[in-house]
Design a protein around this ligand. Structure first.
Ligand SMILES: NCc1[nH]cc(CCC(=O)O)c1CC(=O)O
Length: 307
């Protein structure tokens, strides 16, 4: 049997595809594996903040098309980039064990966010990171920054920014932890929904492949991803919204925190919910509804009407 893995061509995406390939080779040595690189819209448009390009699934659509056309058998994604709706016939067959979900602070000169001088420039294009930075340090000059991980670090080291914020998970996978000056606390920088999870998408009718791929599923991670993505789905959030959602399992219970704000970080809504693991999806839905009732509804309507 052969499994064709579809992936974006970035260093991080290839690392992730190879990571899945090595797990498969270890558990199923008889399987032949091929890695097929696919360029997505998100890889082609590099100079525009994602929030301005619009649309969902910028890093995913072309890979899903390849699955549907039977050009690949599985797609390895960062779950953070995967929309909550799937084309007919496709779905997630495995959520792998979560990597550290926190964001990382990188700087050449400064050791922490607090150490940055007044008015220092920080690079990020994520609205979620922008508003949470503003809440902590309203004096900072937050500037757009796009490109893959290497490009962003190069721009920092060239002196275009005093600091940048990146997902710690991606840096760890690429062996770039040594570039990190501070890992930001969940309390000040709530992670993106599903940050740190790898997910594997397949054709739902492909039982043979799915039997193999489902062995890579990590149950706790699946439950956490389910809660966070139900939260996201209820809010119909995309990159145009400063939105964060993060779950944890402690002593057999699921704890979920959600965050939504306007672009100015003036109307900020944050709330928590907890319950049993079996209720993961309902917890996500209910937390979203609570935030909407508190006033996030108006903020979302304004953000969507600006598109
Ligand atoms: N937005 C792009 C993206 N999608 C997934 C990761 C890596 C972390 C992960 O797997 O969640 C990154 C880079 C980043 O945000 O710094």
């Amino acid at each position: 049997m052969k499994i064709r893995i579809g992936t974006r061509g970035s260093k991080l995406a290839l690392w992730q595809a190879n990571f899945v390939a090595s797990k498969l080779k270890k558990h199923f040595p008889e399987i032949e594996i091929e890695i097929i690189k696919i360029k997505t819209k998100g890889d082609k448009i590099l100079d525009v903040p994602l929030a301005k390009i619009g649309g969902k699934g910028l890093f995913v659509k072309e890979i899903e098309d390849a699955l549907l056309k039977n050009e690949i058998d599985i797609a390895v994604h960062s779950l953070k980039d995967v929309p909550t709706y799937f084309p007919d016939g496709l779905g997630l067959t495995a959520i792998m064990e979560r990597e550290d979900p926190r964001d990382a602070f990188l700087s050449v000169k400064y050791n922490s966010l607090n150490e940055l001088p007044k008015g220092a420039s920080v690079g990020t294009s994520s609205l979620r990171r922008k508003v949470q930075l503003k809440l902590k340090r309203s004096d900072l000059n937050i500037k757009d920054l796009r490109g893959n991980v290497d490009t962003r670090i190069r721009k920092l080291e060239e002196g275009q920014y005093d600091a940048i914020i990146l997902a710690y998970a991606g840096l760890k996978r690429l062996g770039l932890e040594n570039k990190v000056k501070q890992i930001l606390d969940i309390d000040i920088m709530l992670p993106a929904v599903a940050q740190g999870f790898l997910a594997i998408e397949t054709r739902l009718e492909d039982k043979k492949t799915n039997n193999i791929i489902s062995t890579l599923n990590h149950k706790e991670s699946e439950i956490r991803a389910k809660a966070e993505r139900a939260f996201l789905k209820t809010l119909e959030g995309g990159c145009q919204v400063p939105l964060a959602g993060y779950s944890e399992i402690k002593d057999g219970k699921l704890y979920l925190t959600g965050f939504i704000s306007d672009l100015e970080a003036k109307r900020v809504f944050k709330d928590k919910i907890s319950g049993n693991l079996e209720e993961a999806e309902d917890l996500g839905i209910n937390l979203a509804k609570n935030l909407l009732e508190k006033g996030a509804k108006e903020v979302l309507e304004e953000l969507y009407s600006e598109e």
